[in-house]
Design a protein around this ligand. Structure first.
Ligand SMILES: [Zn+2]
Length: 414
């Protein structure tokens, strides 16, 4: 196949800017939490771009959006690409968006090149990749893949106590969640373009990363309950300070990951809520979250075990009750060799160096891997920064990623 694929870099960049401006915060800060006004506005804007490209739109009851370029063999399995456009509070404009707008530009570039797909090509915009609102990441792809049951999804609530069903319906997404799961063999392949969210490509001056494995995250909510009291009145021997217990536990989690023996093990306590949170009051209650990831399930589970042991020890020592809820523990994914090969061939064709690598962040592709052959393509991001307003990917890196994506989609859809 000898296609002359030209990426319209200027248009793509101006679209990334335009989407980045749809935010609950002032630019350059992007905050776009699922089913808020900003998210709905961004969805409408995105759908308009897909319609301009002549794609056929469909959305499911959780708001996953599908934009299809119908192939000459419409009943053949789909070749998919896509990512997410929701953003955590105080984020940047590239996470997820590069895969969505880049996926759209890849399709447009193929249209301009005169290519005609045999398999339909479909852009997928996943609902709520970020866990901000409902405490669970990849809500859309979990339901698409059947990893999360509709019943379990209906039990999720946001901070205000509103259920997923209430929130999605008031955002205009009707129908039953039972219909979200994709039929088996829906996809021939699914490829997600994404910024690396780590420093390796930039450090090694390699323009592209071909993902071979996606690390497995497990997350927990930990509640500690001690005894409050006056900061002056209660003497040290009588204290059951929940925050001091939490501090010990946090360091134990860090230490378990540091000593796992592998660089792929990472653990983070990212939330610490202290009650009552007053300067002269002993903390009586603390809520923590812990996020533990690895490419190796056994190693990850060993860190979880260490955390549980530390919980018991700290609880006994400090007379503080510690309760741990498992929010999710997902298995790692291995990318499909045939898609890795298609990506690699495309890189070679354009004489672009690439690095086979592990995705340490979690993506919708992790869940799509349960029902479809998947792979991911990474581009560098400055300093490895992501989930912050100064997140940045260069126009050249974005365009290179989109070119390789387009070439790969064409190869898979032929
Ligand atoms: Zn992302």
């Amino acid at each position: 196949m000898n296609l002359d694929i030209k990426i319209d870099q200027d248009r793509l960049l101006s679209e990334i800017e335009a989407l980045g401006a749809i935010s609950e915060a002032d630019p350059p800060v992007v905050t776009r939490v699922v089913f808020t006004a900003a998210d709905l506005k961004a969805r409408a804007w995105m759908k308009a771009r897909c319609l301009e490209a002549g794609l056929v739109l469909r959305q499911d009851s959780i708001g996953n959006t599908f934009a299809r370029w119908i192939g000459s063999n419409p009943s053949a399995p789909i070749v998919g690409t896509g990512s997410h456009i929701d953003a955590i509070p105080n984020a940047g404009k590239y996470d997820g968006v590069v895969g969505v707008l880049g996926g759209l530009e890849a399709i447009r570039a193929l249209q301009r090149s005169g290519f005609r797909p045999a398999h339909s090509l479909e852009l997928l915009v996943f609902t709520s990749e970020e866990p901000t609102r409902f405490g669970i990441g990849c809500l859309g792809s979990r339901l698409l893949s059947g990893t999360l049951s509709p019943d379990a999804a209906r039990k999720l609530t946001d901070k205000a106590g509103a259920t997923v069903d209430e929130v999605r319906r008031s955002a205009g997404f009707e129908g039953e969640l039972e219909h979200v799961k994709l039929p088996s063999h829906y996809h021939k392949a699914f490829v997600e373009l994404h910024i690396e969210q780590g420093p390796l490509l930039e450090c090694q001056k390699i323009p592209l990363g071909v993902v071979t494995q996606i690390a497995a995250p497990a997350s927990f909510r930990i509640s500690l309950e001690g005894a409050g009291g006056h900061a002056g009145g209660v003497l040290m021997p009588d204290r059951r300070d929940a925050l001091c217990a939490a501090a010990e536990l946090i360091l134990a989690v860090e230490n378990a990951a540091r000593t796992s023996g592998a660089v792929d093990t990472v653990a983070t306590v990212g939330i610490c809520e202290v009650f009552p949170g007053a300067v002269n009051s002993i903390p009586s209650r603390v809520h923590l979250t812990a996020d533990i990831r690895d490419t190796d399930l056994q190693r990850r589970d060993a860190v979880i075990k260490s955390m549980e042991q530390a919980s018991r020890a700290v609880s006994a020592k400090r007379q503080v009750s510690i309760h741990t809820d498992l929010l999710n523990a997902d298995a790692p994914a291995t990318c499909a060799p045939e898609i890795i090969e298609a990506l690699s061939q495309s890189c070679r064709k354009h004489q672009l160096r690439f690095l086979p690598m592990v995705s340490r962040a979690y993506h919708d592709s992790l869940f799509m891997a349960r029902i479809a052959p998947v792979a991911m393509l990474f581009i560098p991001c400055r300093n490895g920064y992501s989930h912050r307003p100064d997140e940045y990917a260069s126009p050249e890196d974005i365009a290179r990623g989109v070119l390789v994506l387009a070439e790969t989609l064409a190869a898979l859809a032929s």
